[in-house]
Design a protein around this ligand. Structure first.
Ligand SMILES: [Zn+2]
Length: 534
């Protein structure tokens, strides 16, 4: 090691060395996916090799303007750590770093982060991140006079640009078709994609810093006079449930024994707004539709619960998930992951524990209609087996690891389906309770999941894929309605049907809730009300 400590390296050499390291060791998913679309002919393998050289040169090209002076080592170390973490999540779950994934990552709390911890993650972080970071830290850097430093950086920049152009020149046609036909593969490049996404995400957030003024909407909202009993509606916001794993929608395993007994209506063609909780939940309560939704706009505008509350409905949000994602900031809110609040906790606090809060809220409000949102833990992954008590496991054997690829497809599906069956049990309990209130109320329940989940199809796991590229499994969500009568418009629309095939989306929730609570306002759009009659 004597030569190593004596010899001093130029900053350029260090940058190129780190770029080569990341391309070789942190881009397994990229090359795996690229090799998936190419044959093993010599010419095509040559192209894949040139892709490797190209992304090395591009990485140097993009990073070298920033890696200057005292920023060189800290930035390189930061990039190595990001690249190693990204490699872990891409290689393990086949996810790509989208702004949706970043959003949900940053909103993840400690318990959820621990759910993702594994030896494999520590190994990735250690071998691909910390080890080279230590080498970078220890490498002696040559101090150059300003002129030399600028000149050698210009050479590095020019050199990598030349390599990029050379690669394009050598494989002209191949690159043209690569960028045209396999657009999505570029999302697997590491660290360019996570860095690009993080910069875009941060600039959106900073742009959001110049707060736009808060806008109240539906100020004209009034409630039509009541006919019959008071309305009591429980809205269950589901977590990670996919429509095609509900037996009510034709799934061949019995995942809905309770709901099947209650004569519910299942809407089997409903599409989510996003592929992550942090997008879907605020979006479904927002007046903005999916195409116009932005977190910034939604946060600065009244949502449907604000309008209901202002019109005189008693509204509350009980949460057994992470939080309300900004939806319940102006209405009563209770956290049911707190063991002092939720009375049904074993290894974790259960969704059924929220029912005590529903009863309490109902008892406290002797006048007016009531809307209570229950935000479930549902089927949150990757540890589906933690989402239900062991005594409620029905399909076996089930996957107990957070490293999904270490389980068989059957074990993953068993654990996931058990969690869906536990949601079915929970919804059955909600309906049983609501039935007990039928003397004084017209009770109803509306269940809608936030997004679906990939369970290993095409090698994909979890959710959070960019919407345009995400498979239907992440976007098609179950929606269930139950009432024991007292909603004439609903009864007319459903006319006894137990399944509705009309295509709908989470954009419908805003207007459907206004309709169910008989709210008249200019912002109500009947064409987006699931129960409006043609
Ligand atoms: Zn979610």
């Amino acid at each position: 090691m004597a030569w190593f400590t004596r010899r001093r390296f130029s900053p350029g050499t260090l940058i190129v060395a780190v770029a080569i390291w990341m391309v070789l060791f942190c881009n397994y998913s990229f090359f795996k996916n690229v090799l998936g679309v190419y044959s093993e002919s010599l010419r095509e393998l040559g192209f894949v090799a040139s892709l490797g050289i190209l992304i090395t040169a591009l990485t140097v090209l993009l990073l070298s303007p920033f890696l200057v002076g005292r920023a060189l080592k800290p930035l390189l170390i930061g990039i190595l750590l990001i690249a190693s973490m990204t490699a872990y999540f891409m290689d393990t779950y086949n996810v790509i770093v989208s702004s949706e994934l970043l959003e949900s990552g940053l909103q993840t709390d400690l318990a959820e982060s621990i759910g993702l911890l594994s030896w494999k993650l520590i190994l990735y972080l250690g071998l691909l991140g910390i080890l080279p970071a230590l080498l970078v830290y220890r490498t002696p850097i040559r101090v150059e006079p300003m002129r030399t430093a600028v000149l050698s950086r210009v050479k590095l920049f020019g050199g990598s640009l030349a390599v990029v152009l050379l690669m394009f020149g050598l494989f002209n046609g191949a690159y043209a078709s690569f960028f045209r036909e396999h657009k999505s593969l570029r999302f697997y490049t590491n660290p360019t994609t996570p860095i690009y996404t993080a910069i875009r995400y941060a600039s959106d957030k900073i742009g959001g810093g110049n707060a736009i003024p808060y806008r109240q909407i539906g100020l004209d909202a009034t409630q039509e006079p009541a006919v019959g009993k008071r309305r009591l509606l429980v809205v269950v916001v589901g977590e990670t449930a996919r429509a095609d794993h509900f037996s009510l929608n034709g799934y061949d395993r019995n995942t809905n024994p309770m709901l099947a007994e209650h004569h519910v209506a299942s809407f089997d063609n409903v599409w989510s707004c996003g592929t992550a909780t942090a997008v879907s939940v605020p979006c479904m309560f927002s007046v903005l539709d999916r195409e116009h939704y932005s977190e910034r706009q939604a946060k600065a505008t009244d949502n449907v619960l604000d309008i209901l509350q202002r019109a005189g409905v008693n509204v509350a949000w009980l949460d057994n998930n992470s939080d309300s994602k900004g939806v319940a900031l102006r209405i009563p809110y209770v956290n049911y992951r707190d063991r002092d609040v939720n009375l049904v906790c074993d290894t974790e606090c259960r969704d059924v524990g929220m029912l005590a809060g529903v009863k309490e809220f109902v008892a406290m409000h002797p006048r007016g209609d009531i809307v209570i949102v229950l935000h479930q833990m549902g089927s949150h992954g990757p540890e589906y087996a933690k989402r239900y008590p062991e005594s409620q496991a029905f399909f076996a054997p089930s996957c107990h690891s957070n490293l999904l690829e270490s389980c068989s497809e059957e074990e993953i599906n068993n654990a996931y389906d058990n969690s869906i069956r536990y949601t079915d049990y929970f919804l059955g309990q909600v309906i049983d309770y609501l039935k007990s209130e039928a003397k004084s109320f017209s009770p109803a329940m509306l269940y809608l999941s936030d997004h679906g989940e990939s369970l290993g199809e095409r090698g994909l796991f979890l959710h959070g894929f960019p919407y345009a590229l995400a498979p239907d499994a992440q976007k098609r969500v179950p929606m269930i309605f139950w009432s024991s009568g007292g909603y004439p418009r609903v009864e007319k629309k459903l006319s006894g049907k137990t399944s509705v095939h009309q295509k709908m989306s989470q954009d419908y929730l805003f207007h459907t809730l206004l309709g169910l609570m008989r709210i008249q306002t200019d912002v109500y759009r009947p064409e987006l009300d699931a129960f409006a009659n043609g």
